[in-house]
Design a protein around this ligand. Structure first.
Ligand SMILES: *Cc1c(COP(=O)(O)O)cnc(C)c1O
Length: 228
């Protein structure tokens, strides 16, 4: 199936659900992104700043770019002028830099806090206590140029279905608790980004509002020369 066919399949499947499709175009050429764009897709996710910046420059300006990969503080400045949502905030230090660069660009940048839910050592993210600590910190409370609009999580790769379900449930419970405790009056705190090609159905059952789908739209990833 073509990229356009794959996208249409997802669009149909997600119709009527309160779930946004993020097409993860990392390691795919700009031409593939354009094909998806012409099939109607406008929201794309990338992992690596250099790749994201090159595509943003080359492609139509009404694309909404999300960063979903680990972000180093010294690279925030390259994406601050245009990024729509940074899904991978995992420290108050990073958030402070995003706030600073957003101010320089006279913007407010939307962010998700990435919470660690997987049973793996290698995944980035905050644990529950760190998430709460960040939201209570004086430093965060003083930031005027960022807005936290939800949480993001990555489940353990290839885990049994029950485990994946439990990990998504854990994130949803945390999301609901944080909504009640910190964002009760803020309608903008509403995104729960969870679910990828292999587990998006489970994620939606457990309350996801954003699924990040890459390989089952674009096929096997082609570019390998970027470094994180
Ligand atoms: C690569 C990636 C995805 C997409 O994964 P697929 O399995 O190709 O759908 C989603 N989220 C994050 C954070 C990723 O790095």
């Amino acid at each position: 199936m073509s990229i356009a066919d794959n996208l249409l399949k997802y669009k149909k499947e997600l119709e009527g659900e309160n779930v946004e499709l993020i097409a993860v175009s990392k390691f795919n050429e700009a031409a593939a992104v354009l094909e998806a764009y012409h099939a109607g897709q406008r929201i794309f996710g990338e992992n690596i700043v250099q790749e994201l910046v090159e595509k943003q420059e080359a492609l139509p300006k009404d694309i909404e770019w999300h960063l979903i990969g680990h972000l180093q503080t010294n690279k925030v400045k390259y994406i601050a002028p245009f990024i729509k949502l940074i899904q991978s905030v995992d420290s108050v230090k990073l958030l402070a830099e995003i706030n600073k660069q957003a101010a320089k660009n006279d913007r407010i940048i939307d962010c998700l806090l990435q919470v660690y839910i997987a049973d793996e050592d290698t995944k980035f993210g905050l644990d529950h206590a760190e998430t709460i600590e960040l939201l209570r910190s004086e430093e965060y409370l003083a930031m005027k140029n960022i807005r936290i609009t939800g949480l993001m999580g990555i489940a353990t790769n290839n885990a049994p279905e029950k485990q994946t379900k439990d990990e998504f449930q854990e994130l949803k419970v945390l999301f609901d608790g944080i909504k009640t405790s910190f964002f009760r009056k803020e309608d903008s705190f509403k995104e729960l980004s969870m679910g990828m090609s292999g587990d998006y159905k489970l994620a939606i059952e457990e309350g996801s509002t954003m699924v990040r789908i890459g390989s089952s739209i674009f096929g096997v990833r082609k570019i390998k020369h970027y470094k994180a």
